[in-house]
Write a new protein. Structure first.
Length: 433
């Protein structure tokens, strides 16, 4: 893995620091139960700046006339490596990850006060971790205690995450490459699930097909707990039990993505368990697909983040009227948000190192303006719960279609390729007919 992108990101942040210091810890290991840990996953902000995969590590960026990147990490320990695996150690880490210097993590607290002395500002993610807030306060107090010796503590504490959120919103070439690879693997997983589906399977059996394909192709993990929702379960937006049987004649909604070098893909596909859409299912599906097409067409530089959502809502609302779910004038229904009974979420979110990625959606009172390099999902849906005023043949139909897009200079590029149209899906599943 090349270090050039990480070095360039650190340089951008160092320029913003002025005469300040930034402290960026990675995530700790988390206990699952008793003495067993969850699989380790680094902190996204720390990874964005270092690419360093181990726990118990901290990056300190020192701004000013002679900027420095300092890494604090675990020392080499042959006995622990027998049990837990390879450790870089400071000496190897310095060269391998392109930092100016690296030190044992045990030296951090002793050096931190020295690094903060006579600096104008401290950049820290205040409020995100109480233990780290206490460590930072201890270092600041250690500097203040030296005031009679002429040392001064930073007078200003700045929000590190706010600065990095703005930087992370626009992806560089390395990030876009990682996300394309994650998308390709996830698309293959969704195609596999379609090809292996048949009535009588359990939802978790399709989840297993996804997991197999993700890992077989080199993804490190799922990007989030997958949703495999058969029938009316698809009307529960965050359904994750994945333990029911798939019924003949029902649809199944799968929302699943994977991680590659920390970067997420996020794809949703909805398809018939028996390989053929019924007339009602097809009608609803085509409305959602048209809404997605409208949203994708509205995704381009210079428009507000909500433009794709607004485009999708208009198509969905028109479709709800055609289906008999809503009555009235489309403009009036959109203005009154009548559509939220059957479509209650936004049409997309930022995507990157986090599946709901870093970055604000508004600047002041205005929605963020899209620009080239931003990556987001486009995911309209319809979720038709039973009701006395709902046509019976539509009861329990839940459909979402989600793809990942990158904003380009003249529009956007859809970089997820799982089968999406009715014809494409039925072709993959024709073995069932």
């Amino acid at each position: 893995m090349t270090q050039d992108p990480f070095r360039a990101r650190r340089q951008r942040l160092l320029q913003a620091l002025g005469n300040g210091v930034a402290v960026v810890p990675t995530a700790p290991e988390r206990v699952r139960n008793r003495d067993t840990h969850h699989p380790y996953r680094f902190d996204s902000y720390f990874w964005y700046l270092t690419g360093f995969p181990e726990p118990d590590a901290v990056l300190v960026l020192v701004g000013g006339a002679e900027p420095q990147s300092l890494l604090f990490c675990r020392e080499k320990n042959e006995e622990r490596e027998i049990w837990d695996g390879f450790r870089y150690g400071p000496e190897v880490a310095r060269e391998a990850f392109g930092v100016d210097a690296a030190y044992p993590i045990g030296e951090l607290d002793g050096r931190l006060a020295e690094l903060l002395a006579d600096r104008d500002s401290l950049w820290h993610s205040l409020g995100h971790d109480s233990d780290w807030d206490a460590r930072i306060a201890g270092a600041l107090n250690a500097v203040r205690a030296q005031s009679r010796a002429g040392k001064r503590a930073p007078a200003e504490i700045r929000d590190l995450r706010a600065a990095l959120d703005r930087q992370r919103l626009v992806k560089d070439a390395h990030e876009l490459d990682c996300m394309q690879r994650a998308a390709d693997i996830a698309a293959a997983g969704h195609a596999r699930a379609m090809a292996r589906c048949r009535p009588g399977l359990a939802e978790y059996e399709l989840e297993a097909e996804l997991t197999y394909e993700f890992r077989r192709r080199g993804a490190s993990s799922h990007a989030y707990p997958p949703i495999v929702a058969g029938g009316a379960n698809a009307c529960v937006l965050h359904y994750v039990e994945n333990d029911k049987l798939l019924a003949d004649g029902a649809l199944v909604l799968i929302d699943a993505g994977c991680e590659v070098e920390g970067y997420a893909s996020d794809i949703t596909r909805t398809f018939p368990v028996n390989g053929r859409f019924s007339a009602a299912q097809r009608d609803v599906y085509e409305i959602v697909l048209a809404a997605q097409a409208a949203a994708i067409d509205a995704t381009r530089p210079g428009v507000a983040f909500m433009a794709p959502h607004d485009a999708a809502v208009r198509v969905l609302t028109r479709g709800m009227v055609d289906l008999g779910l809503l009555k009235g004038d489309v403009d009036t229904l959109v203005e009154g948000k009548a559509y939220t009974r059957f479509y209650m979420h936004r049409t997309g979110h930022w995507l990157g190192l986090d599946v709901h990625d870093a970055g604000e959606y508004k600047e002041g009172d205005n929605w963020v303006t899209l620009q080239p390099g931003m990556t987001l999902t486009v995911e309209p849906g319809l979720y038709i719960r039973p009701g006395d005023d709902v046509p019976a043949h539509l009861h329990g139909i839940g459909i979402r279609i989600e793809d990942d897009v990158a904003v380009t200079a003249d529009g956007c590029r859809v970089y997820t390729t799982a089968p999406r149209t009715v014809a494409e899906i039925e072709a993959v599943m024709e073995h069932l007919s």
